[in-house]
Design a protein around this ligand. Structure first.
Ligand SMILES: N[C@@H](CCC(=O)N[C@@H](CS)C(=O)NCC(=O)O)C(=O)O
Length: 262
């Protein structure tokens, strides 16, 4: 039996759901409210000591880290394959699939918070916000959250995160223009499913103009959304999150442009 502990709007959870859909697998789902701090409940932290989603439990055995979960799923359920047969393409797939773990995921969290999610916390009373922050066990992670909420795009790491995101988009454009149609080459792979939620997040933040001048990336984004497995992301979108991601986009665009130029 497969069980997925996840959150509807979490990029890492969407990454795993895209692979599950591609394989035609329907796990038992356990949804976590990350704003309420469900991820820090002791029972869940026994499965995932970092207190983050997703966690996949296969026949009672927990697996954490979304990139590793996706590769595990491809090994455990080989059809259709999401690791290219060609070994050079397979190495490329692994390189792209590791991009979120090498900084993109952190950048995505910082950018999402600076442009949208901080407003969910700013709407709370100070006491509620403090109580919420106090749930994050790791002091460094808690402090980063606090600074991001308080300073938004005026916090220097937020501008750096926007630039890091821009750098990844530039590299994706170059790779796709040179050797597409998919990131690793000829076949749709874990590289494509792994990066899809990060582009969707930018789109939801009204930042799809970041690929206006990147035609190969724009074509790739259309292609990944046209696949049936995209339902693994689209079916879980929460309208209240879209609203918050929309609400400050126009006013913050000059700060995003300045960060990219900086
Ligand atoms: N490297 C981890 C990152 C997981 C992660 O950061 N998950 C986010 C949602 S996308 C989370 O649970 N955040 C809750 C929090 O930071 O409190 C993975 O890929 O599984």
């Amino acid at each position: 039996m497969l069980e997925l502990h996840h959150n509807n709007m979490s990029v890492c959870s969407a990454k795993v759901r895209l692979v599950l859909r591609e394989k035609g697998l329907g796990p038992v789902e356990h949804h976590y409210n990350l704003r309420k701090g469900d991820q820090f409940a002791p029972g869940y932290m026994a499965l995932n000591p970092m207190g983050v989603v997703p966690t996949l439990v296969h026949d009672g055995r927990p697996l954490i880290e979304s990139t590793l979960i996706c590769e595990y799923l491809d090994e455990a359920f080989p059809e259709p394959p999401l690791r290219p047969a060609d070994l050079v393409e397979r190495a490329r797939m692994r390189r792209w699939a590791s991009v979120p773990d090498q900084g993109l995921h952190a950048a995505c969290g910082t950018v999402s918070n600076a442009l949208a999610f901080r407003y969910q916390f700013l709407a709370l009373s100070e006491a509620e916000r403090e109580a919420n922050l106090a749930q994050t066990p790791d002091p460094a992670r808690r402090e980063r959250k606090r600074l991001g909420i308080e300073r938004g795009m005026d916090w220097p790491p937020a501008a750096a995160a926007v630039r890091a995101y821009g750098g990844v988009l530039g590299r994706m454009e170059a790779a796709l223009a040179e050797g597409g149609p998919w990131l690793a080459g000829e076949s749709y792979s874990l590289a494509d499913s792994g990066l899809t939620p990060y582009l969707v997040r930018l789109d939801h933040l009204n930042l799809s103009w970041m690929w206006d001048s990147r035609p190969a990336l724009a074509a790739w984004y259309d292609a990944v959304r046209a696949r049936p497995n995209f339902a693994g992301l689209a079916d879980y979108i929460e309208p209240s999150y879209l609203e918050i991601m929309d609400s400050h986009a126009a006013e913050l665009r000059p700060k995003v442009e300045a960060a990219l130029a900086g």
